[in-house]
Design a protein around this ligand. Structure first.
Ligand code: FRU
Length: 465
């Protein structure tokens, strides 16, 4: 397969940097009716490099406006963020927008990850770094591990609390979350290990350290979201998992819930609660390209669509934010039809930005969508599996052992991005190189005991200038 990127590869309605590199979503926050979303950016090259904080905002979660870079490393050679402003969060502290981020100096074993902050103007466009940075200089003495990053803050009746992703060292490497406490969100006291778990649990590999901890609080319990990593594994491990339980008195106690997305391209999620009380979560959709091909892309990496997270019957489920319906342009390209046996939905076409929707009901059998060369989505009720197949891989997630009733399927295709959701069941995000969707044809197949109703193909608009 020749990999020659062209314009059809570029996402148009997922957020990307205006040029070059993007990784984690950072600091989502809803202020005065506007959603602000930051992200790890390397404006200088289409590869990971000294991280800055890029910035976009939106009033509707659909159309985004670009803003100047919010945070840049240094520039003072003695600055605690000389070599990077790594991930973190944004909060309103004493009435002012405030970013907490990881300041980085050095590289490899010599790298120091400290906790820094910057205070924003009322419109969140100008950021002034705290002259007292770093607020926490590096890992607490008893720890030894260098991982000490990605601050996540919240406030309780007893003051402010800050979580960091970390990991143990030695033969039994595993992830940990550390906690700090503060009366004023400025001076911090180390409070020990908030949560840890063995590397392998219930058949899930939880990596050798954890990044980007997020504590989501629901009426029925707390959810700790972790990005599990092992950069040394033969196939580098990177996936987001969650635990459901309770955070109290500086500790979290909970059970593994599973992965948040069964694909291989959704990582380092960041969440916020908006003014309407919804928990929204975004992930980083990474590329899986050889470096020489990646360097030929003008924009590398994207943020996922915003997902609304809920805790139902002890499971965290996410669905695309309902606002995203507004990405649809004009009448459907095909449908709505009820799929009987084998239905041709769309002949060969050149649309790179599509959504395919359907409502699935049934107790047995499989419904399947063929979306282009090597690209397919299936709901398999016999094996309780939701599957996304691309030319490079097979991604799947379990679905509940009960009959499905009108479960909404949404397949989002945007250049090389495939983001698919089966409501209240599972999400799968992966890349497809080259984009198959822009070729079609699109067909759907449904077995006799499964109904795929209202199957529709929509053309979607771009969301960023
Ligand atoms: C996650 C991560 C974070 C870190 C950032 C650096 O992808 O490794 O832990 O802060 O990326 O860009």
């Amino acid at each position: 397969m020749s990999l020659a990127p062209d314009d059809t590869w570029l996402p148009r309605y997922h957020v990307t940097a205006d040029r070059n590199w993007l990784n984690d979503p950072n600091g989502p926050i809803h202020v005065d009716g506007r959603y602000h979303l930051f992200f790890q950016a390397n404006p200088a090259a289409p590869e990971w490099g000294p991280p800055h904080w890029g910035h976009v905002s939106s009033t509707d979660l659909v159309t985004w406006t670009r803003h100047p870079v919010a945070l840049a490393p240094g520039p003072d050679p003695d600055a605690p963020d000389r070599d990077g402003c790594w991930s973190g969060c944004a909060r309103i502290v004493d009435g002012r927008p405030t970013i907490y981020y990881t300041g980085v100096v050095g590289d490899g074993d010599e790298r120091v990850e400290s906790i820094c902050r910057a205070v924003g103007s009322a419109d969140l466009k100008e950021w002034t770094k705290d002259p007292d940075n770093p607020l926490v200089a590096g890992p607490p003495a008893p720890l030894g591990s260098g991982y000490h990053r990605d601050p996540f803050l919240w406030r309780d009746d007893d003051g402010w609390h800050l979580l960091l992703g970390s990991g143990t060292i030695g033969p039994d490497r595993h992830g940990t979350v550390l906690v700090y406490h503060s009366p004023d969100a400025r001076s911090w006291t180390y409070g020990g290990v908030f949560f840890e778990a063995p590397r392998h649990l219930d058949g899930t590999d939880l990596g050798e350290h954890w990044e980007c901890p997020q504590l989501l609080r629901f009426d029925d319990g707390d959810v700790l979201v972790l990005s599990a990593q092992d950069p040394h594994a033969p196939h580098p491990l990177m996936h987001a998992v969650y635990f459901v339980g309770k955070a109290a008195e500086g500790r979290f106690d909970g059970q593994l819930g599973g992965r948040l997305d069964g694909g291989d391209a959704w990582y380092a999620p960041a969440a916020t609660v908006d003014a309407g009380g919804r928990t929204l979560i975004w992930g980083w959709i990474q590329e899986h390209l050889p470096p020489e091909t990646q360097r030929r892309l003008p924009r590398v990496g994207a943020l996922s669509l915003p997902r609304v997270a809920t805790l139902t019957d002890g499971a965290l489920t996410t669905v695309p934010a309902p606002e995203l319906d507004r990405l649809r342009t004009g009448p459907p390209l095909a449908g709505p039809v009820t799929v009987h046996g084998h239905s041709h939905l769309l002949p060969a076409h050149d649309h790179g930005q599509l959504e395919v929707t359907a409502r699935i009901s049934g107790e047995a059998g499989t419904a399947r969508w063929e979306l282009g060369p090597g690209l397919a989505v299936a709901v398999d009720l016999d094996r309780h599996r939701f599957t996304l197949t691309t030319p490079h891989g097979h991604h799947h997630a379990g679905i509940g052992h009960r009959p499905l009733t009108e479960a909404e399927l949404r397949i989002f295709l945007d250049g090389t991005i495939c983001e698919v959701h089966l409501a209240d069941q599972a999400s799968l995000t992966a890349r497809c190189y080259p984009p198959s969707a822009g070729r079609g044809p699109i067909t759907a197949l449904a077995g006799p005991a499964v109904e795929a109703a209202a199957c529709t193909v929509w053309r979607l608009a771009g969301a960023l200038p």
